[in-house]
Write a protein that binds this ligand. Structure first.
Ligand SMILES: Cc1cc2nc3c(=O)[nH]c(=O)nc-3n(C[C@H](O)[C@H](O)[C@H](O)COP(=O)(O)O)c2cc1C
Ligand code: SF4
Length: 475
C-alpha cells in the first residue's frame, strides 16, 4: 500500500501572514519569527576530524535561505574522540568553524532564522566482523568456551568449524550479537569502568559543549535525549542500572536531569536549552507514551525551554548489517516509525507521530507550564502544519525531509507561491545515503544540473555523480 501525498492547501501570501505557522513564538531566551522548524539531520559533510568544512557551511547556508523560524544543526559530538566525519564540539579548536557556521546562517537568512545545535553522546558500536576475524581474533576465549585440556587455538579452531546452530549454543547472547551485528556497548554494561562512570563524566562534557555553542554564537542547544544514543538509553525502560541511574522512573530520569542542571548552571538562565526525546521507543520492553509523558513533565518542570518529540530509531530492532558495516538504527520497525515512508502501515506517514506530541503537550499544559513542544514526522504541507498547531498537537512544526527536498518551501509558502514547492515523496532515498555514510542529498534535485549553485559552479559528491546542494531559487 502506497499512501498518496495529502492535499497541501498552499496559502496565499495574505493567508500565510495570518496563519499560526507564520506567527512568532518565544522559545526560552529568543523569539522564533515563525513556528517553522528544521530538525537535526546529519548530512555527512564534516571533516574526518569533526570540524566544519566549506560543504557544511554551504549546506546550512542553503537551509537558511528558506528562512525557517528555527534551524537545528545536526547531532554534534560532545567528546574529543575520533568519530569519523561527524560534526564535533568537544574541544576549543572547533570554535572558529562553528562561529563561521553561525555567521553563515545569520547572513543567508538575513537574521530571520534562529540557530540551535544538537549535542550528542553515543557509545561505541563496531562494524559487523567476518566470522573468521571474530572467532579467530576478537572473541575473548573464556572457560565457558573451553573443553578440558583445550588451549585457546584449539577452541578457536573448533568454533570456526561449528555450524551456525551449534555456534549460537556455544556463544553467549552478547557474543552472538557481536558476531551477527557488531559489538555494541550499552549503558547497562556497568562492569566496564567507562560505562559505570557515565553519570560522572557526561554532565561536565555536555556543559562544556553547551558553553562552546554559546560562545560560538548559537541561539541555543538541543540536548539529544532521543533515538539510539546514550541519553535516550538512560531514559529507556530497558535501563536496568542498579547504581541509582536506572530501574525506576526516577532513576532513569536522574542523569538526563543532572546533565540539564549542569548545562543550565554553565550557560545561565538567559540561554535557550531544550532537548529532543522519544514519545515512544517502539521496541520490546522499551518506554511508551506513558513514560514519555512522565519524562516530559519532569524535564519541563526542571526548566527545559522546549521539548522536541521524536519516535523510535533504535538499535534493538535494527536490521542485520552486512559484514564490514555497522548496524543502523533506522532500519527496523522502530526506525521506520522515526522516518516513516509512504509504504508504512495505516494511518500512513503524514503527521503520524502527532498524537505523541499532543499527549505530551496536554500533560505539560496540565501542569501549568507553557514549554513549547516541537512535533515531527511526515509533516510536509501547509494544511497539516496548520492543523497540528490549531489542534494543539504542538507549538512548532518540524519538517526534516520536506526541508531537504526543498529548503525554500517555507519561504515559498510565506510568499504565497506554495505551488512551486518541490514536494518530498517520503520514499527515503536520502535515508539510504545516510545509512551508507554518503553525503545526504535528495533524489528530486541531486541530478538536476540546470542551474549552478550561488557560487557559480556546481559542487558534487565524492563520487562525482550528484550535486550537493539544491539548485537555487530566486523569489
Ligand atoms: C538524513 C537524515 C539524518 C537525520 N539525522 C538526525 C539527527 O542528527 N538528529 C536527530 O535527532 N534526528 C535526525 N533525523 C531525524 C529527523 O530529524 C526527523 O525526526 C525525521 O526525519 C522525521 O521527520 P520528517 O518526516 O519531517 O523527515 C535525521 C533524518 C534524516 C532523513
Ligand atoms: S530523497 Fe525522497 S524522502 Fe528524501 S527528501 Fe528527497 S523526496 Fe523526500
Amino acid at each position: 500500500m502506497r499512501h498518496s501525498l495529502p492535499d497541501p492547501d498552499w496559502p496565499s501570501a495574505q493567508e500565510a501572514a495570518g496563519s499560526r505557522l507564520f506567527s512568532p513564538l518565544r522559545v526560552g531566551s529568543f523569539t522564533a519569527r515563525t513556528r517553522a522548524w528544521v530538525p537535526a539531520m546529519v548530512p555527512w559533510r564534516a571533516a574526518e576530524d569533526g570540524s566544519v568544512t566549506p560543504e557544511v557551511l554551504a549546506w546550512y547556508g542553503r537551509f537558511a535561505e528558506g528562512r525557517p523560524g528555527v534551524l537545528v544543526v545536526e547531532a554534534t559530538g560532545i567528546r574529543d574522540i575520533a568519530s569519523g566525519p561527524l560534526l564535533r564540539i568537544g574541544h576549543e579548536r572547533y570554535l572558529p568553524g562553528l562561529r563561521r557556521l553561525v555567521e553563515t546562517v545569520r547572513e543567508r537568512s538575513e537574521g530571520r532564522t534562529r540557530l540551535l545545535i544538537q549535542l550528542i553522546d553515543f557509545l561505541r558500536i563496531r562494524r559487523r566482523p567476518s566470522r573468521e576475524r571474530f572467532l579467530g581474533e576478537f572473541l575473548e576465549i573464556t572457560d565457558a568456551h573451553r573443553r578440558p585440556g583445550e588451549d585457546e587455538a584449539a577452541v578457536r579452531e573448533r568454533l570456526l568449524a561449528a555450524s551456525d546452530v551449534e555456534l549460537r549454543r556455544l556463544l553467549s547472547p552478547r557474543e552472538w550479537e557481536a558476531l551477527e551485528f557488531g559489538a555494541r556497548e550499552r549503558v547497562t554494561d556497568t562492569h566496564l569502568p567507562h560505562i559505570a562512570e557515565l553519570p560522572r563524566i557526561l554532565p561536565p562534557l555536555f556543559a562544556d559543549a553547551a558553553d562552546r555553542a554559546r560562545r560560538a554564537g548559537f541561539d541555543g542547544v538541543e540536548l539529544h535525549y532521543a533515538h539510539a544514543y546514550t541519553m535516550a538509553s538512560f531514559l529507556s525502560r530497558t535501563n536496568t542500572r542498579e547504581d541509582g541511574y536506572g530501574g525506576s522512573l526516577e532513576g532513569r530520569l536522574r542523569l538526563p536531569l543532572e546533565v540539564y542542571a549542569a548545562v543550565r548552571e554553565r550557560v545561565g538562565h538567559d540561554y535557550t536549552v531544550g532537548c529532543r526525546l522519544l514519545g515512544d521507543e517502539v521496541i520490546e520492553g522499551g518506554s511508551r507514551i506513558e513514560d514519555a509523558v512522565a519524562y516530559a513533565r519532569a524535564l519541563a518542570a526542571a526548566g527545559m525551554d522546549f521539548l522536541s518529540i521524536s519516535k523510535g530509531g533504535k538499535f534493538e530492532d535494527a536490521r542485520r548489517p552486512r559484514v564490514g558495516e555497522a548496524a543502523y538504527p533506522y532500519t527496523g520497525p522502530s526506525g521506520h516509525e522515526c522516518m516513516p515512508t509512504v509504504r508504512i502501515a495505516a494511518p500512513g506517514p503524514f503527521g503520524r507521530n502527532l498524537p505523541l506530541a499532543r499527549s505530551i503537550r496536554r500533560a505539560v499544559r496540565g501542569d501549568g507550564r507553557r514549554t513549547p513542544i516541537v512535533a515531527a514526522g511526515g509533516i510536509g504541507s501547509f494544511a497539516l502544519a496548520e492543523k497540528a498547531l490549531e489542534r494543539g498537537d504542538c507549538d512548532l512544526v518540524a519538517a526534516a525531509r520536506q526541508s531537504l527536498a526543498d529548503p525554500d518551501w517555507w519561504r515559498k509558502m510565506e510568499l504565497g507561491r506554495g505551488c512551486e514547492v518541490r514536494r518530498c515523496e517520503y520514499t527515503n532515498y536520502c535515508e539510504g545515503l545516510d545509512q551508507r555514510h554518503k553525503e545526504v542529498t535528495c533524489r528530486l534535485w541531486d541530478r538536476d544540473w540546470s542551474r549552478p549553485d550561488a557560487s557559480g559552479g556546481i559542487s558534487r559528491s565524492r563520487d562525482g555523480r550528484r550535486r550537493l546542494l539544491p539548485p537555487p531559487w530566486t523569489p
